[in-house]
Each structure stands twice: as C-alpha cells, then as structure tokens.
Design a protein around this ligand. Sequence first.
Ligand SMILES: NC(=O)c1ccc[n+]([C@@H]2O[C@H](COP(=O)([O-])OP(=O)(O)OC[C@H]3O[C@@H](n4cnc5c(N)ncnc54)[C@H](OP(=O)(O)O)[C@@H]3O)[C@@H](O)[C@H]2O)c1
Length: 261
Amino acid sequence: MSEFLEKYGPVALIAGGSEGVGAAYASMLAERGLDLVLVARSADKLEALRSELAQQYPDRRITTIAADLTALGTPELLAERTAGLEIGMLIYNAGANWRNADFLDSDMAYASQLTALNAITPMTLCHHFGALMRERGRGGIILISSLAYMVGKPRTAIYSAAKAFSTTFGEAFWFEMKQHGVDVLTHALGSVDTPFIQRNHPHAYGKGDKPETVARAALESLGNGPVLRAGEGDQFYRVLSGMSRAEAVETMFRAGEMYAD
Ligand SMILES: NC(=O)c1ccc[n+]([C@@H]2O[C@H](COP(=O)([O-])OP(=O)(O)OC[C@H]3O[C@@H](n4cnc5c(N)ncnc54)[C@H](OP(=O)(O)O)[C@@H]3O)[C@@H](O)[C@H]2O)c1
C-alpha cells in the first residue's frame, strides 16, 4: 500500500465533486487508489463522472450523493450515508459567488445561502469528519478558498468574507489537527478555468489555471499547511498586502471584473 493511501485512504469525500476542480481531484485520488464519495447537486453530472472514472479505474468504488450543500440537513445526510465508510480525506471544493451587487442590494436569503456554501457547511463537515480522523490519528482535509479572502471585495462582500472565514478557520484547525496526525490545507485559488467560470464569467475563461494544475499543487502541499495561495494573481495580492487597507479595498474595486471570484 502506498504511503499516500495509508495516510489518507481508503475513501475520499469530495463536496463539489462533479466537475472542474472537484472532478480533477476525483480522478487524481482514484489514480492514487482511493475510493470516492462524490457530492454535488446535479445527479446527471455526478453519474457521468462516476461512469467515466469507473471505466478508467474499475477497482475503485465510487458512490455519488446528489445533495445541495446549502440545504439544512445535508451535513447530517452525508454523515448518515458515509457511516460505514472510513473517510480518510475530505475535500470541500463547492463554493461560488453568483451575483455582484452592493451588500444592501442583496437579500439576506442570498447572503445566508452564500455563507452556508462557502463557510458554514465546510466547517460543519470538518467537525464531523475531522473528529473521526482525529480518533484514527490520520487523515487529510483540503478546504478550497479564494484569494478574495485577502481583501474585502466591494460588490462581492459576502463571498470575500465567507472565504476569509473558511481560510482563518482552516489555519487554526491545521494547528489543532497536526498534533493528531491529520493534515489540513486551505487552498486559496486565483483564477481557474472551470465550467462554472465558463458559464458565469465567460470573459475570464481561458486566462486562469487549469483544474488539474491546482488540484495537483494542493495534493503535493497537503503536509505543508496551513494555506497554499495560488501563484497566478498572487503578485497582485502581494502588492495589495503592502497597501493600507483603504487603498487595498479601492484597488480591488478598480480591478473589478479582471479577477474571477
Ligand atoms: N474558478 C475560479 O476561478 C475560482 C477562483 C477562486 C476560488 N474558486 C473556488 O474554487 C472552488 C471551485 O470553484 P468552481 O465552481 O469554479 O469549480 P468547480 O470545481 O468546477 O465546481 C464546483 C462544484 O461544486 C458543486 N456545487 C456548487 N454549488 C453546490 C451546492 N450548493 N451544493 C452541492 N454542490 C455544489 C458543483 O456541482 P453542482 O453545480 O452540480 O452542484 C461542482 O461540482 C469554489 O470553492 C470557488 O469558490 C474558484
């Protein structure tokens, strides 16, 4: 058995595992010998990926769960459906920003949904699966964040804040878990060419990293937490961190649509 499988196997749960970055993880982890539980809303996309991977890796057991990660009860459903499995790796990839608008022009239902998807549900799943990993004294958790966590981004305030929450949470969790043999890494992505970006921000598509590149980088850095920041765009953020907060927020606002969320 490989060292990777021994430490992070036998099963990986990927929340947001039907396409893009999540699908890249699914393929790489199947290649490394892990069985998979893939979660996303679209049953069709999950089934398409499951059948593609089953052909490529016939020895892997691949389970799909169609569920909305913003819905009340989904974390409990996932706990129930995985009760007989040893989840040694949790990847929380699902996350998005659907609207760019001033905070007061967004309704609170949208704010709650966005916060659930990007901050509350990942934390809830870390609580459940992290406890089981701590008991076993091994495992790995990757939380997908965004470089938008570094500065409050006007017209995207809720998303920026939710990613800051998950990144800060991930940092502290990394420290708490490392003494129990569990690796936690938060990966703050820059622009990535995913189907979501192609559908929702077509002007940004084609300029970003490839899903496979970012998934590989995180798997290679899993033992080197707490935070891995994307290379592309990082220069921009380094410049921002040298500015006063007011200048940084204003610069972010001016950069606007140049950077995907
Ligand atoms: N792409 C970028 O440029 C970029 C930049 C910075 C950060 N990020 C972060 O990277 C992660 C992936 O981003 P992406 O959307 O571009 O890539 P993706 O990996 O192509 O897709 C996101 C996955 O999450 C699932 N998902 C979305 N909302 C969900 C929900 N409510 N319940 C269950 N599953 C859900 C999607 O499937 P369904 O639609 O079928 O549910 C899909 O499988 C996110 O956390 C995002 O914030 C991306």
